[in-house]
Design a protein. Structure first.
Lengths: 89, 239
């Protein structure tokens, strides 16, 4: 099944529950009408939260840049000895 | 590591990477010991003499270890892999960037992970413990996180780093997946892993660090966000 169909199916299921709530008046109508807005807001909050958490926990590796510089000079030395042209950039 | 009888083909597409390709070849030979491998350089007609450097490297390491499979001009990343794949003789293929943002010291962990799990694909991820990036501005981190959350929410791909391009594939799996991919640039990387995931291939991840390129200029254009969103919609509709 195409992925978009899965997502549409999910949305249809959620809408069905919502319509069900509207029909049965399990909770007051005024509340039920607002549920889709809550849903969208919740989705937005989830997104922002995930981006925020991801940003805070973004793994960085400054030490790797130093190690890479060491590797580069080591490689250059070896390659120049072997006659490979790794002259200045 | 137990005795490993497999052969690995490393495909490295290049364009104007004369310095980096030499450094990367040295580092591959330094870190991949006791493993049979070949390096296939797919150069898209670099005017900076990348191919001359590769020929010099062949003199040092042997023409059977370093294969130069050049193409006349810039023809895109996706086709570079197919081109390299045609000349690959290993059971496993590793693709990596030539700009040293992918460090060859992680190659043994890809191989080890594959042997332990029997996975068809091992993909490097920057977003877990032990991984990471260096040299990114806050804006780039923000874009990267936003793009990632969007893709995770919409595509449920089952891997944490969709656009990474440091990966190991079982050769037959790469042949299968690559034939169904049409995207260009780095959306191609995302399409590859999403399609592989939908086809039910066993995918494992290993942490890698990503140090932004030291030499040369980055080839990503300004419209990358638009391209990314288009790619996302395309994958939503076709996978």
């Amino acid at each position: 099944m195409k992925h978009i169909l899965k997502i549409i199916a999910l949305l249809v299921a959620v809408s069905a529950i919502w319509v069900g709530l509207l029909e049965t008046s399990l909770i007051p109508h005024s509340h039920t009408w607002l549920l889709p807005i809550y849903f969208v807001v919740a989705l937005g909050c989830y997104g922002l939260l995930m981006v925020g958490i991801g940003l805070m926990r973004f793994p960085t590796c400054p030490q790797e840049a130093i190690l890479l510089q060491k590797d580069i000079s080591e490689a250059r030395e070896f390659l120049i000895q072997r006659g490979v042209d790794v002259g200045p950039d | 590591m137990e005795k490993n009888k497999n052969k690995y083909s490393l495909i490295i597409p290049t364009y104007n990477e004369r310095l980096n390709i030499a450094l990367i070849v040295y580092l591959v030979f330094k870190h991949l010991r006791d493993v049979e491998f070949e390096i296939i350089v797919v150069d898209d007609g670099s005017p900076d003499g990348t191919q001359d450097v590769v020929k010099q490297l062949q003199q040092v390491y042997g023409e059977d270890r370093i294969l130069l499979r050049a193409r006349p001009r810039k023809l895109g990343l996706g086709t570079a892999y197919s081109h390299g794949l045609k000349h690959a003789s290993g059971e496993f293929v590793i693709i990596m960037d030539a700009d040293l943002s992918h460090h060859p010291k992680y190659l043994p962990s890809f191989i080890k992970k594959q042997m332990e799990t029997g996975a068809s694909i091992v993909t490097g991820t920057r977003y877990v413990k032990g991984g990471g990036v260096h040299g990114w501005t806050l804006m780039r981190k923000l874009t990267s996180r936003g793009a990632n959350v969007l893709a995770q929410t919409l595509l449920w791909p089952g891997v944490s780093d969709l656009t990474g391009s440091f990966r190991l594939y079982r050769r037959s799996v790469l042949e299968d997946v690559i034939s169904s991919c049409v995207s260009k640039g780095y959306v191609f990387q995302m399409e590859m892993i999403v399609r592989a995931s939908r086809k039910g291939y066993h995918i494992e991840e290993v942490p890698i660090t990503f140090v932004d390129r030291v030499y040369g200029i980055s080839k990503l254009g300004g419209s990358e966000i638009v391209e990314y969103l288009k790619g996302l919609v395309y994958l939503l509709l076709t996978t």
